[in-house]
Ligand binder design. Structure first.
Ligand SMILES: C[S@@+](CC[C@H](N)C(=O)[O-])C[C@H]1O[C@@H](n2cnc3c(N)ncnc32)[C@H](O)[C@@H]1O
Length: 213
């Protein structure tokens, strides 16, 4: 079967030849490492998420069925590109990234009409979502480290997630530590918990489904 020309493919990144692709991954990896060295607690790992973790997030969040997806902490965009590859042609992805250099990197590497990027904190989720004009998200996926941020900030972010998610929608958090549950479970109930061990470091993947009422 012939591949569609890359410009027409609804993906976060066109699929370039292998040498170019590996060059892109290397560049993303170096950019990510530099981000970790700038803000270790905020970035939380030295390398971007593995392909296995990306695919687990796509499945847990049911990205392929979603109309609106929000990503908190896209980093250098590996997870973002995986979501865009899985998303429907008419779906929308809003990403919120705190790091200005990651934000610039994403703006120059992710070309997709379904993608909106905001430089800011997940604490501004309600305002940024309202400003985007998007409806209540079907899925919110977060890699921001709840364990290293101030508890007040973690609580505000958890409250915003529970507020904006559509009833029946999914919140998926991938984390080294389990603190996220202390902030989210009082609002969204008990999560499903899994491990993704094919990742550096292995991470817990929590999935909450917002009750219908
Ligand atoms: C573990 S990295 C995940 C990066 C990428 N999604 C991946 O999986 O490779 C966490 C990301 O969250 C961002 N971040 C941390 N705190 C944030 C906040 N309060 N709001 C938005 N982004 C934040 C960091 O700058 C970093 O890009």
């Amino acid at each position: 079967m012939l591949n569609k020309p890359s410009a027409l493919r609804p993906t976060g990144r066109a699929t370039p030849p292998a040498r170019q692709r590996h060059g892109g991954q290397l560049r993303d990896g170096l950019e990510f490492l530099r981000g970790f060295l700038r803000h270790p607690a905020r970035v939380g790992s030295v390398v971007p998420s593995s392909r296995w973790l990306e695919q687990r997030l796509v499945r847990e969040a049911r990205v392929a069925e979603a109309h609106t997806v929000v990503e908190l902490g896209p980093g250098t965009g590996g997870t973002t590109a995986a979501f865009l590859r899985a998303m429907r042609p008419e779906a929308q992805l809003l990403a919120i990234e705190l790091d200005a250099i990651f934000d610039q990197h994403l703006r120059s590497t992710v070309q997709d009409p379904r993608f909106t990027l905001e430089l800011g904190s997940a604490e501004q989720l309600q305002d940024l979502l309202a400003a985007s004009g998007l409806p209540a998200p079907d899925a919110i996926v977060s890699g921001i480290p709840f364990s290293t941020m101030a508890p007040e900030a973690a609580d505000r972010i958890a409250a915003a997630i529970a507020e904006v998610l559509r009833p029946g929608g999914r919140f998926v958090a991938y984390q080294v530590r389990a603190q996220v549950a202390a902030f989210v479970s009082p609002r969204l109930g008990q999560p499903q918990k899994r491990w993704e061990v094919v990742n550096v470091p292995p991470v817990r993947v929590f999935t909450w489904v917002k009750p219908l009422r």
